[in-house]
Design a protein around this ligand. Structure first.
Ligand code: PGA
Length: 244
């Protein structure tokens, strides 16, 4: 596990951007695991800028998103399909056929999960997985208590996540209660993982993560066993750990 301590959000985003571009330019057909939420927005903006400056192309990139809410239509601004298109995909040259996001409207959600897992295997697993961490330590939507052996599945969101994500919705009642999430073992099979952590509100969970042994009560903690994990964390996120 490598921790890159950076000053602020901008530096976290640019450090992640440089690592990703290096990988994209190194591998012939890179497979990226992508995340949503507020943390990676700056990263996507920088990647778009680099694309506009002809410093990177996504023509040969295949992507798999970590998760999607169950029941939100694609044109719902809170769906992760909408987020990814709006913040990233429609502003770069990635071919549509290379984009994979779980379909939270599938009639048979179980089948959708199995097929998603299979598609990742067929792609020979993810080269670089971008991750954020939830206030409760979740990765993807794998909430505390999720088995480390889990594969892509339908999950129930817990109250911390529902409350935290309600900031994007008109009211908390509109936050979906379920999602499809890549499993923890799926995430662990990525060849490289980059965990982005920013802000004072993540200081508590990041400090716990760094100090504790892997436990299913803190899903992200399994990443400490990942063969190639880089954490990029800013001063605010590291403030508790540094002061303990
Ligand atoms: P955030 O979400 O980037 O909006 O803080 C992270 C997460 O819940 O995984």
């Amino acid at each position: 596990m490598k921790i890159i301590a950076v000053k602020n959000y901008e530096e976290m985003s640019s450090t992640a951007c440089n690592l990703l571009i290096e990988k994209i330019n190194q591998v012939d057909y890179p497979v990226l695991g992508l995340a949503t939420g507020s943390t990676p927005e700056g990263l996507y903006q920088l990647l778009i800028e680099k694309f506009n400056n002809n410093e990177v192309s996504f023509k040969n990139v295949k992507s798999f998103n970590l998760d999607e809410y169950v029941g939100l239509k694609k044109d719902n601004p809170n769906s992760y399909y909408y987020y990814m298109n709006n913040n990233f995909f429609h502003l770069i040259d990635i071919p549509d056929r290379n984009i994979n996001i779980p379909n939270g409207l599938a009639k048979n959600l179980q089948k959708e999960c199995e097929e998603y897992e299979e598609k990742i295997k067929q792609a020979n697993n993810i080269d670089v997985q971008i991750l954020g961490i939830g206030l409760n330590g979740h990765i993807g939507f794998n909430e505390p208590g999720t088995s480390f052996a889990s594969v892509t599945q339908v999950v129930d969101l817990n109250n911390t996540t529902i409350e935290s994500n309600s900031r994007f919705f008109k009211s908390i009642d509109e936050v979906p209660r379920q999602a499809i999430s890549m499993g923890i073992s799926t995430i662990m099979q990525s060849k490289e993982a980059i965990l982005l952590v920013t802000g004072k509100n993540k200081a508590e969970i990041l400090s716990k993560f760094i100090k504790e042994e892997p436990t299913e009560d803190l899903p992200a903690s399994i990443l400490k066993n990942h063969e190639n994990l880089t954490i990029i964390a800013d001063e605010d996120a590291l403030s508790k750990f540094n002061n303990d």
